[in-house]
Design a protein around this ligand. Structure first.
Ligand SMILES: Nc1ncnc2c1ncn2[C@@H]1O[C@H](COP(=O)(O)OP(=O)(O)OP(=O)(O)O)[C@@H](O)[C@H]1O
Length: 870
């Protein structure tokens, strides 16, 4: 075959191969097919060992392997092969620059290149594996270099002019094929990103809690970086620091105590690293070692180094424009859209979780406060408050009552009221002494809390650095981080201050607890005041009872004559029984005294005897007086009133002047005496009674019964144990003793030193008839003591000397007592010009109540004509 023919054949073959290569290139879908097909076809024409296509990255002025002809590459057994495949090579060195400068293929002898240290390392690897030459040509797209085709040969004469021509001719086809592959890869990558984010977004819809979030984020990030670790840090309430929120150290193994420390620490936002992430709108990639070299001292950097994380990407987590935290992820390569997509969704989820947590916290706080309010509602004593407070603090966990101080009555001082003794046990030797101290409202911390809006929180460590560290030093010893203080007040009234130690306490919860303690303290104080007041009343009551007992002492009944001896005997007999006693006797004979003597000698003596004067009550009121009434029982009954019967329950009811009781009331009284129970007027409930009744009258009740003015059945009910008191004129033997008794009694009460009575006066006293009985004698003596000029009573002032003496001298021995009384009353009435009661009235002179005089007038049938006639 001629040379020419040979050449023609070669050209034909070349055309054929180039045509096939063109077809191949248009069909290529898988990027590595391109290089293998290319190699195969070209190898049909020329000799070479292997080829490679590298791509330029304009972002960092590098180029990196893109398509590799693995199978035929002699360097695939080279120890650095794996590194080289993933390496990036600088565009800023003479070797590659010479390729970029020309539109033609360039051939290099590797032997020569080994002399240039700047030449890319892949040349050295090829050289090491016996490669001698390399043909390089840039690949262009739209007038811009996008990469290079490398063809290597282990011979020195492979790259002939024909070879170079062919490469130059197919370079544009190769370029567009590479561009297409890049475009396709881009599209596929975007689709993958989309479906990745879609999957993530689907997973995120089920996230409700921090724990859910941790699971979804871990699964997703593992897909991006199977071995990487991450931490999501949340900005703390102080807006100055960040703490770990959700994390996963990945497969890295680090120092566990360092990990624990970093996870529980608060890191300042402005640490030179985190602030850069928060300020950036795109994810930032950091080299851990470079940042450490730059002088960033954060502990988490030490941890990353310890865990072997080389590069970390930081992405801000934002809600709208507000930073809420950041994500640190250990990863080598960053895919900005994916990371931004993930972080946007994490931020939304975190926001929802935090809102949920806040809602839950509020609900928990409310139910907590409700429980506390139930516990504290009925508290009326300090001990109960103490129990309730310690119980609530126990439930709060790690919160202690350091001190509750109350403002003294002077408004200037505060005294300790309550505190947790166990808190300071063993910390201060003389805490008891310290806790007893009163402080003033000017004391630094007290003034601080009083000036506050109601509550404040003090950082113990910070306070220990201040000039006022006396208390802070003590707080510091307890180990708690914060002191929570509040003013205890109800309305505008400040009651005191409260101090609680805790590491963390929700302010709304603390305020809620303090408000309830305030109410309880105020209730306790009020209740203590009421108790003190009641105690005083009880003491006064005891004193009064004692007084009454002394005044009306059984033993102070004067008179030891035969008749009075009999009376005493009857009193002793009946006292201890519960029998109804009926005391009869003229006015002033001492019926009430006897009634009290019976009561005081009875088992009911510790209770007050209740007295009702039946004559002094209008008939229409006596019923309500006896039985009480309900509100609205009748016009004027504006509120419920307790009647004498109810008051006398378990004691004695003394019904004085029973003979004057109106008939209607007599019926009601009878019913109570029979049934021992009653209802209030207008009331529906029956009240059981245990009342001992003592009645007294100066009327002849049997006569009253006969005359139809007193119910016989009631009379028999009352007249169970009658005691009849003799008139004074029938027991002249007692007059001396009584006179002596009243003399000393009134000398004492008036402060006059009157000690004796002249024999003349004594004689007068003995001979007087004493219509007003002992009461009259008592009054006479009271007046006489006041009028005496020296130590001796030399004159007495009887109502009217003339009456007494005249009557005495004129008294015929055969007149009945009634007649004498009648004459005497008529005389007195005459002197008073018919005036019966009131000042200067006959009743006053006679020393008897007006009603008694009225009854006597009626009984003795004294008519106006008798005393108005002359
Ligand atoms: N035996 C006595 N010893 C000392 N004081 C007496 C004695 N009897 C009566 N008195 C005194 O006389 C006064 C009148 O007594 P009291 O009120 O008990 O009489 P009364 O019979 O109930 O009178 P009236 O029927 O008017 O109610 C009282 O101050 C009482 O202390």
């Amino acid at each position: 075959m001629t040379r020419h023919l040979q050449h023609e054949n070669f050209l034909e073959k070349q055309r054929q191969i180039l045509l096939e290569l063109g077809n191949d290139i248009t069909r290529v879908r898988e990027k590595n097919d391109l290089i293998t097909l290319f190699s195969k076809r070209i190898k049909g024409l020329f000799y070479f060992t292997h080829t490679m296509i590298t791509l330029i990255d304009v972002l960092d002025d590098t180029y990196k392997p893109f398509l590799l002809d693995h199978e035929s590459s002699p360097i695939r057994t080279h120890p650095d092969y794996a590194l080289l495949v993933n390496a990036r090579f600088s565009l800023d060195e003479p070797f590659i620059k010479s390729v970029l400068e020309t539109d033609y293929p360039v051939i290099f002898e590797l032997e020569d290149e080994m002399a240039h240290p700047q030449s890319p390392v892949f040349l050295r690897a090829n050289y090491d594996m016996g490669v001698k030459q390399v043909l390089m040509m840039k690949l262009m797209n739209a007038d811009k270099p996008i990469g290079f085709i490398h063809i290597y040969s282990d011979r020195t004469d492979s790259f002939t002019q024909d070879f170079k021509d062919i490469i130059r001719r197919i370079s544009s086809q190769l370029s567009s094929a590479v561009s297409n592959i890049i475009k396709n890869e881009d599209i596929r990558k975007k689709e993958e990103e989309k479906s990745f984010l879609l999957d993530f977004s689907n997973d995120m819809t089920s996230v409700r809690t921090k724990e859910d979030l941790a699971v979804v984020v871990r699964t997703t990030l593992r897909k991006l970086t199977p071995e990487g670790g991450y931490v999501i840090r949340k900005i703390n309430e102080d807006d100055l620091t960040m703490s770990a929120y959700v994390y996963d150290p990945g497969t890295a193994r680090g120092n566990p105590s360092l990990l624990k420390e970093v996870l529980s620490a608060k890191f300042p936002i402005n640490d030179g690293l985190q602030n850069r992430v928060l300020d950036s709108y795109i994810p930032l990639l950091f080299s851990v070692s470079r940042e450490a070299e730059r002088g960033i001292k954060s502990k988490y950097l030490d941890l990353w180094q310890d865990m072997g994380f080389k590069t970390m990407v930081g992405i801000a987590l934002r809600n709208g424009n507000v930073n809420i935290g950041l994500l640190w992820l250990s990863i080598d390569e960053i895919n900005i859209p994916i990371l931004q997509g993930i972080c946007a969704q994490i931020a939304v989820a975190m926001n929802n979780i935090m809102a949920n947590e806040e809602l839950l916290r509020k609900q928990q706080e409310q139910s907590f406060l409700l429980d506390f309010s139930n516990d504290i509602a009925g508290v009326m004593a300090k001990a109960d408050l103490e129990t309730a407070v310690f119980k609530v603090l126990d439930r709060l966990l790690n919160t202690k009552l350091a001190m509750l101080r109350l403002i003294d009555d002077d408004g200037q001082h505060l005294s300790p009221y309550m505190f947790d003794k166990s808190l300071f046990e063993g910390l201060v030797s003389d805490f008891d002494k310290l806790s007893e101290q009163k402080i003033t409202t000017d004391e630094h911390y007290t003034a601080l809390v009083l000036k506050s809006s109601g509550a404040l929180v003090l950082n113990v460590e910070e306070q220990m650095q201040t000039a006022h560290k006396q208390y802070a030093a003590l707080w510091g010893k307890t180990g708690f981080k914060n002191m929570y203080a509040a003013v205890l007040k109800v309305g505008d009234q400040i009651l005191g201050t409260i101090w609680m130690l805790a590491d963390h306490l929700s302010m709304p919860l603390f305020k809620g607890i303090c408000a309830q303690i305030s109410t309880a303290v105020s209730n306790i104080k009020a209740s203590e005041k009421i108790s003190a007041y009641r105690k005083r009343l009880e003491d006064e009551n005891d004193y009064l009872k004692e007084q009454i007992r002394t005044i009306y002492n059984f033993s102070e009944m004067i008179g030891s004559g035969k008749q009075m001896q009999q009376v005493y005997r009857l009193i002793s007999l009946v006292a201890e029984s519960n029998s109804t006693v009926m005391i009869c006797g003229e006015t002033g004979t001492g019926k009430e005294l006897v009634a009290r003597a019976v009561h005081n000698a009875s088992l009911r003596k510790d209770k007050l005897m209740i007295k009702l004067n039946c004559a002094a009550m209008p008939a229409n009121l006596i019923e309500s007086e006896l039985f009480g009434h309900e509100r609205g029982a009748f016009t004027g009954a504006v509120e419920r009133r307790i009647g004498k019967f109810e008051l006398a329950n378990n004691s004695t009811l003394f019904l004085d002047e029973i003979g004057e009781m109106p008939m209607e009331a007599q019926v009601k009284l009878l019913r109570v005496l029979q049934e021992r129970e009653m209802e209030r007027v207008g009331g529906k409930t029956t009240i059981k009674l245990d009342v001992r009744v003592i009645a007294a009258t100066n009327r002849d009740l049997e006569e009253e019964v006969r005359a139809g003015r007193f119910r016989s059945d009631l009379f028999y009910r009352l007249n169970v144990f009658p005691i009849k008191l003799p008139p004074l004129r029938d027991r002249i033997e007692d007059i001396d003793a009584l006179t002596e008794f009243f003399l000393s009694k009134y000398a004492k009460t008036t402060g006059r030193k009157v000690t004796r009575i002249s024999p003349k006066v004594m004689q007068q006293l003995r001979s007087y008839l004493w219509p007003g009985n002992v009461r009259e004698l008592e009054h006479v003596m009271e007046r006489s003591v006041l009028l005496a000029n020296d130590h001796t009573v030399r004159e007495i002032y009887l109502p009217d000397d003339s009456i007494g003496s005249v009557q005495l001298s004129e008294l015929p021995g055969n007149r009945s007592l009634e007649e004498v009384e009648r004459t005497y009353i008529i005389e007195v009435l005459k002197r008073c010009s018919g005036k019966i009661s009131g000042t200067g009235g006959a009743a006053e002179i006679l020393g008897i109540p007006g009603n008694t005089l009225h009854s006597k007038i009626k009984k003795l049938q004294i008519h106006k004509a008798d005393y108005f006639s002359n």
